[in-house]
Design a protein around this ligand. Structure first.
Ligand code: AMP
Length: 214
């Protein structure tokens, strides 16, 4: 299984990628998670990345391409991969094409998760993340609040700085101007399968599996 999960921020790429990764035993490569790990480690790079992420902007292409090139070059991806949150620009998409060509990988697909902007804003501003295990909750559905303990591990649940409404709207505008053209790039290669991402987690998961023929 080699998949690129595509769609606006908050559409559920991370959640679906984790499920696919567990069921099919292939690594979930999330560039957002990698950046958040650098932020949590308190590195100089992490500090810079946090400022960019909190502003709803994109981390420069050369940095992101370097990170993904290293991961895709490692033996952990021999059986496949689920790429989540990359590529987000045409430059990144072209770089990824080169990386995969060099690895002689040509069979991969793009799953595009589709949800309208207002639904995204409602979802993200209610999304809480555990600071310890990274699990995601919805304050309405799961009955948790910011600051309450994670039901799974007891860690603290927080609203991500980049999930504040103003930043979510900025991220959506960056998505439409910079990331949506990446979809057209892959559509022209006949790789895109679109899935309605507005249902519940399991419904969307089943639709993705049908699409990719598993
Ligand atoms: P995500 O968790 O995928 O929504 O990513 C959170 C934030 O990390 C994004 O809003 C960007 O600031 C940054 N980021 C993640 N992936 C990329 C990427 N491929 N290119 C540039 N910035 C990224």
């Amino acid at each position: 299984m080699r998949l690129l999960l595509f769609g606006p921020p908050g559409v559920g790429k991370g959640t679906q990628a984790k499920l696919l990764s567990q069921e099919f035993g292939v690594p979930h490569i999330s560039t957002g998670d990698m950046l958040r790990a650098s932020v949590a480690d308190g590195t100089k790079f992490g500090e810079k990345a946090k400022a960019i992420m909190d502003a709803g902007q994109l981390v420069p292409d050369d940095i992101m391409v370097g990170i993904v090139r290293d991961v895709l070059g490692s033996p952990s991806v021999n059986k496949g991969f689920i790429l989540d949150g990359f590529p987000r620009t045409i430059e990144q998409a072209k770089a990824l094409t080169n990386i995969l060509n060099n690895l002689h990988i040509s069979d991969y697909n793009v799953v595009n998760l589709d949800v309208d902007d207002e639904a995204i804003v409602r979802r993200l501003t209610k999304r809480l993340m555990c600071l310890d295990d990274g699990k995601i909750y919805n304050s309405e559905i799961d009955g948790v609040t910011a600051g309450s303990p994670c039901p799974a591990c007891g860690g603290r649940l927080v609203l991500r700085d980049d999930d504040k409404e103003e930043t979510v709207r900025k991220r959506l505008s960056v998505y439409h101007s910079t990331t949506a053209p990446v979809l057209r790039y892959y559509q022209s290669q006949g790789r895109v399968m679109s899935v309605d991402g507005s249902g519940d987690i399991d419904e969307v998961y089943q639709k993705i599996k049908e699409m990719v023929g598993t």
